[in-house]
Design a protein around this ligand. Sequence first.
Ligand code: GTP
Ligand code: MG
Length: 306
Amino acid sequence: MFGKIKEKLSRLAEKLSTLIETREISEKELADILEEFKLDLIESDVAYDVAERIAELLKQKLAGSRIPRTENVQVIVRKAFADILRSMLMDPPNISWEIRRKCEKGEPYILMVMGVNGVGKTTSIAKLASYLKEQGISVLLVAADTFRAGAQEQLVKHAEAIGVPVIRAKYGSDPAAVAFDAIQHAKKRKYCVIIIDTAGRMHTDQDLMAELKKISRVIKPDFKLLVIDALTGNDAVEQARVFNEQVGVDGFFLTKTDADAKGGSGISVSLTTGRPIVFVGTGQRYSDIVMFSKEWLIEKIVGSNA
Ligand SMILES: Nc1nc2c(ncn2[C@@H]2O[C@H](COP(=O)(O)OP(=O)(O)OP(=O)(O)O)[C@@H](O)[C@H]2O)c(=O)[nH]1
Ligand SMILES: [Mg+2]
């Protein structure tokens, strides 16, 4: 992931480097070069206004005299880009720590997972459950997707494979009631975290969005995790915006990054909503999960030491 942005950033530095060998870069030349870079970012699925903000900040940082001829332009450009990402992005909360803190009070931490059909909700829940279990945190899964045929069995299969308990429900039953009952069970049995799998739904489907709002109202989650497929491209921002407006989003699980060379949609959903990316899915195995941090992303795009 991010290979494309990385490559375009390198191209930008090359162009500036060639120009600067002979003379100082004019304001117009810099503006033109950055306009091209802005389009490169948009092609890499960075949302238009986010790309515009990045280009504007780069302009301020790279304006003519700010690039001394004696310096390595690649280093300067990378450092400028890294600093911009540092200032724009946010680090996620430490979920394991938050779970432990609530668990110490004798209450289960309620994590609701939502998103559009097929983005990777159920797989990501399995990864997350496996990750938390490895840290000695007791996990209970809830199959609150009572809608899609096979959804219950799919989560049960994952739960068995990683060795965590799962509560399943009857198809057609009310997911809010299923989740509510499961939480009562988790309280009695002193589980530390309860992860609720919800049915996939298009953000444009008013009825299903209303259903999700109801689930959220009934169970009052500690964390509402929106799963975003990195391959979605530009529509990812729209999904993030609508789910955030209607249900509220506390953070993102960005999936399928192993299959996406661009990476711009992840940056964009976070910057557009002001919510952090918390986890990143990097493959189909349970261990293919990364805890997101700003420095992890910066390292991926500009390499270390920036
Ligand atoms: N390559 C890759 N595939 C992934 C990743 N995460 C999920 N998938 C795949 O995406 C497909 C859909 O995953 P599910 O977990 O069933 O998606 P879902 O959102 O629960 O789907 P619905 O419940 O039908 O809405 C599966 O084939 C997963 O293996 C990832 O990080 N990388
Ligand atoms: Mg599912």
